[in-house]
Design a protein. Structure first.
Length: 220
C-alpha cells in the first residue's frame, strides 16, 4: 500500500497499478479451501478475531460484507502502542502488521468460517511480507488469536489446508501474539467511503466481488 499510495498522491497511481502483477487473491474467484475440521465453540456473546492479510482496506471490505459480522476496524497489530501510527508503521521497522479487528456473532458465523474466507479470498496466504503491489513485513499474513481455542483452530486449519495442497505454495501465515491498535480515522471504512479510489478499484473491488460470488450464503 505504501509505494502505491504515495504515488497516488502525486497523481501517478493509475500507471503504477496498471503495471502491477495480478494478485491471485484479487482475481474474481474464491479459492476452494475446505471447511475446517475443528472450530471454536459458539456462544451468545460477541467474539473478536484479529487477522492480517496485506492492506487493511481490502480485508476490512471483505469481512464487512459477511453475515454475523458486527464491526470491522482497521489497525495495527504485533508492535507497541507508541509506534502504532501509519507514519511509523510505514517505515517497516515497528513490527506491526496492518490488521483488522472483527467483532462477530458466533451464533451466526463461526471463527473457522472467518478463517475460511480469510484464506479463500481476503488475501493470498502464500505470500511472504507482501500482498499485490505492497511489500514489507507490515503486509505479512498473520493471525493474532484472542484465546487458546482460536490458536488451536488456526494452527489446525493451516495444517489442514497445507495437507490438501489447495495452493501451489506452502501457507506463509504466521500465528502471532500482540495487541491491536485502531488505525487513524481516515483508514476506517475506506472502501465504502472511497469506491472510486484507484487502489480500491484495482485491488479491493475484485475481492469483494469474489466473496459475494463465491460465498453467497455468507454475504449480507
Amino acid at each position: 500500500m505504501r509505494p502505491a499510495h504515495i504515488l497516488m498522491g502525486l497523481g501517478a497511481a493509475v500507471a503504477v497499478i496498471a503495471l502491477a502483477p495480478l494478485d491471485p487473491a484479487s482475481a474474481e474467484r474464491a479459492v476452494p479451501v475446505p471447511a475446517a475440521r475443528v472450530d471454536v465453540p459458539g456462544g451468545n456473546r460477541p467474539q473478536t478475531a484479529i487477522l492480517a492479510g496485506g492492506c487493511f482496506w481490502g480485508v476490512e471490505a471483505v469481512f464487512s460484507q459477511m453475515k454475523g459480522v458486527r464491526a470491522v476496524t482497521a489497525g495495527y497489530a504485533g508492535g507497541t502502542a507508541d509506534t502504532a501510527t501509519y507514519a511509523q508503521v510505514s517505515t517497516e521497522t515497528t513490527g506491526h502488521a496492518e490488521a483488522v479487528r472483527i467483532t462477530y456473532d458466533p451464533a451466526v458465523v463461526s471463527y473457522a468460517t472467518l478463517l475460511r474466507v480469510f484464506f479463500s479470498i481476503a488475501h493470498d496466504p502464500t505470500q511472504v511480507n507482501r500482498q499485490g503491489p505492497d511489500t514489507g513485513p507490515s503486509y505479512r499474513s498473520a493471525i493474532f488469536p484472542q484465546t487458546p481455542e482460536q490458536a488451536r483452530v488456526a494452527r489446525a486449519y493451516i495444517a489442514q489446508i497445507d495437507a490438501a495442497h489447495v495452493f501451489p505454495a506452502p501457507i506463509a501465515t504466521r500465528i502471532e501474539q500482540g495487541r491491536f491498535f485502531p488505525a487513524e480515522a481516515y483508514h476506517q471504512d475506506f472502501y465504502a467511503r472511497n469506491p472510486r479510489h484507484p487502489y480500491i478499484v484495482r485491488w479491493d473491488k475484485p475481492k469483494v466481488a469474489a466473496f459475494r460470488t463465491g460465498w453467497p450464503q455468507l454475504a449480507r
